[in-house]
Design a protein around this ligand. Structure first.
Ligand code: MN
Length: 131
């Protein structure tokens, strides 16, 4: 990829974030973190670049669905694909997030062997829409 992709990671759990950040960084992907609603709103307000948003469902003080709505309601970021990070057992959550506009989901706990391939797949879709 000629361009370095930039991924926002919305994740309040430090251990989960550190793993995702390590895997993305190792793959040459730039990361911005939001650990809570305020952090996510700062990224939106800054107009920070995003090629993909990885969205935790359970975020203190808010919910992944609320943050997804904020993303889709911001003209500068409405077209950025969002992918839910969901626990294996939460099948109902997956359906709700897909219905709300996520392009897919990645299961937690993160599988280190397949995570980057999954991310690249979603980045490819976003690229087709925006170029
Ligand atoms: Mn969480």
């Amino acid at each position: 990829m000629a361009d370095v992709p930039h991924v926002w990671v919305v994740e309040d759990n430090d251990q989960n974030f550190d793993l995702v950040d390590f895997l993305l960084g190792d793959a040459g992907i730039e990361v911005s973190r939001a650990a809570d609603k305020a952090g996510f709103e700062r990224l939106l307000a800054r107009g920070a670049r995003a090629d993909l948003v990885l969205l935790d469902i359970n975020v203190p003080g808010t919910s992944g669905l609320e943050l997804l709505a904020a993303l889709k309601g911001d003209p500068r970021h409405a077209a950025v694909p969002a992918v839910a990070l969901t626990a294996h057992a939460m099948l109902g959550d997956r359906e709700r997030f897909l219905a709300a506009g996520c392009v897919g989901y990645i299961a937690k706990p993160i599988e280190t062997g397949t995570f980057i391939d999954q991310v690249r797949g979603f980045l490819g879709r976003g690229g087709e829409e925006s170029r």
